[in-house]
Design a binder for this molecule. Structure first.
Ligand code: DHE
Length: 525
């Protein structure tokens, strides 16, 4: 028997301890898989697909790789269950675990109807009320997502009192989606969990894991279905909003059979459909949410001859699917208010495209260099013409596009790359943040008529200040100090003075019920 002298934490099992200590003594590279199994699997699961802790696969880790990932393993994550392993593992062992979790899974995991159903749980302590359990205006309720400790604060939109603060799944991303009457809200995490919460009862209804790595969710025009765009597996999951049961899992494959991730899915209420873009294949799909829909012809083949639908594979009815070919896969997109046109961009490209959804083809290109963030696009009427504004993720400017002739009206220079843009018909300004770089604490107010920056607010120099939401009447703007010991600041939109500061844990997006369910000009999808 080899006697080893290196000291390892005694939480390791005997077999792992002997193997690791001996491999260190023999100069062999540490075994990341074995260390993972011993120290990490209890929370993140042997499959790496997540348990009480998040999934540890490249799709979920995203930009968290190399030294950054090793630092998280060494130091842990404050305010979470993730401990630091610097005292337990050597530098090379930490690197081995980081390499192990950064490697793609050997086999694509199966995540179909049965697997999703097995995760679905409805709260047995939930009893729906017949009226809101609070006095506040339910239409002015505003949710603030706190990513620092995975909670959502439910705010009274008049007094800003916290009506409830409930726990969410880890790493909520994208806008929560409200039922058309504003009573229920659905929240999605990057690990594919969908949570249903009853705002009137201030109570969670239940949750289900609709994917293993997901992008965003969309609500159908009638509030009956929730679409979940997934990266892993390459599917679109459709859940029933009533009890989160699976209505359909659609395998996402291009016309040539290539499987694809879904960049994002949005509802197109006027069209009674979901519209999604495929990330790995140059196609847009439209999926009907109307039982009377169709026949849906593929955008590739335009034949309206009677009797040709069957031969062309046209689909009818609920969840009928139509494909539209585009020049390059789209990462992100936006619609005109009538949902006739989709404005999309591929983040690597220099141009955006306008796709007319009625005729099923591209009709214009847009000059949009610099990673446009179309998911944050907003539009409004200016001088009788509708214009849209888009921030860029790697350039300090905002592009303003005329939505009638698709010309570039102006590039508004800001002090750094921004992430979110918001406005409201009750304010003459766009509120545009700077998310990265030395000016990350600056919020630009841009006049919607002159397109000039009229004011820059820096509520807390040096801290990230991002994402604005307005109250129902637009008289108040809520802005996040996007830090662990952060806050949501309430501004008077007329005077732009600070009225109040609500302490929060790394607050990200805020979402006002009224603005969302009425598709208020100036709000995101
Ligand atoms: Fe987001 C919305 C894509 C990184 C916070 N983000 C969205 C939407 C898309 C998107 C498609 C619209 C979904 C919706 O609301 O239905 N986001 C992407 C990316 O591709 C990107 C750049 C890379 C990625 O990792 O996915 C990205 N996003 C981030 C972040 O790093 C942010 C700042 C922090 C986080 O929580 O991950 C972030 N994204 C947000 C937020 C929204 C969002 C808060 C909702 C904004 C809204 O007002 O609706």
């Amino acid at each position: 028997m080899i006697r080893c002298t290196s000291s390892h934490n005694l939480r390791l099992t005997g077999a792992a301890l002997v193997l690791m200590a001996c491999s260190a003594a023999a100069g062999a590279a540490p075994d990341g898989a074995m260390i993972f199994s011993d120290l990490c699997a209890a929370c993140h699961s042997e499959t790496r697909l997540g348990g009480t802790g998040p999934a540890l696969i490249p799709e979920s880790l995203g930009r968290l790789k190399g030294e950054k990932l090793q630092a998280v393993i060494a130091k842990g994550r404050p305010m979470t269950q993730m401990p630091g392993f610097a005292q337990t593992l050597s530098v090379s062992e930490i690197a081995a675990v980081a390499d192990y979790v950064s490697a793609p899974l050997a086999k694509a995991p199966v995540w179909g109807v049965a697997e999703i159903e097995a995760t679905r749980s409805l709260r047995d302590d939930y009893t729906p009320t017949t009226a809101p359990v609070f006095m506040a205006d339910p239409m002015n309720v505003t949710l603030a997502v706190e990513t620092g400790d995975s909670h959502i604060s439910v705010l009274d939109g008049d007094t800003f009192a916290v009506l409830d603060r409930f726990e969410t799944p880890f790493a909520v991303h994208g806008g929560p989606k409200f039922s058309p009457d504003g009573r229920y809200v659905f929240v999605m995490s990057r690990d594919g969990w969908v949570q249903k919460y009853d705002i009137w009862s201030l109570h969670e209804v239940g949750r289900a894991r609709a994917g293993l790595n997901s992008r965003n969710i969309a609500m159908s025009h009638d509030g009956k279905w929730l679409a979940v765009a997934n990266y892993l597996p390459k599917t679109l999951t459709i859940l029933s909003t009533s009890d989160l049961s699976v209505a359909k899992v659609i395998e996402v494959e291009g016309r040539d059979g290539t499987a694809s991730r879904v960049s994002a899915v949005y509802q197109a209420p006027e069209r009674k459909s979901f519209v999604l873009a495929l990330k790995d294949v140059p196609e847009i799909w439209e999926v009907a949410t109307d039982p009377e829909a169709g026949p849906f012809h593929d955008g590739f083949v335009h034949s309206h001859e009677a009797g040709m639908e069957e031969a062309l594979g046209a689909e009818k009815g609920l969840f009928a699917r139509r494909r539209i070919a585009v020049t390059a896969p789209l990462d992100d997109f936006f619609f005109d208010p009538g949902y006739r046109n989709l404005i999309g961009a591929n983040r690597e490209g220099e141009t955006g495209v306008v796709v007319n959804l009625d005729v099923g083809r591209e009709i214009a290109t847009l000059p949009l260099p610099g990673m446009p963030h179309l998911g944050s696009g907003i539009s409004w009427m200016r001088d009788g013409r509708r214009v849209m504004a888009v921030p860029h993720l790697n350039e300090g400017r905002i592009s303003i596009i005329d939505m009638t002739d698709w010309s570039l009206v102006k590039r508004v220079e800001t002090s750094g790359p921004g992430f979110f843009l918001r406005s409201h018909e009750g304010t003459p300004y766009l509120w545009a943040d700077v998310f990265t770089g030395p000016h990350k604490g600056e919020m630009h107010l841009i006049d919607k008529e002159t397109l000039e920056v009229v004011k820059v607010i820096t509520p807390e120099p040096g801290k990230t200040v991002a994402h604005t939401e307005f109250t129902r009447d637009g008289s108040r703007a809520l802005v996040s100090i996007w830090e662990d010991d952060g806050a949501v600041i309430v501004f008077d939109t007329k005077t732009q003075t600070e009225l109040m500061r609500l302490p929060m844990r790394k607050p990200s997006g805020k979402y006002n019920v009224w603005n969302k369910i009425t598709f208020e000009d100036g709000t995101s999808h």
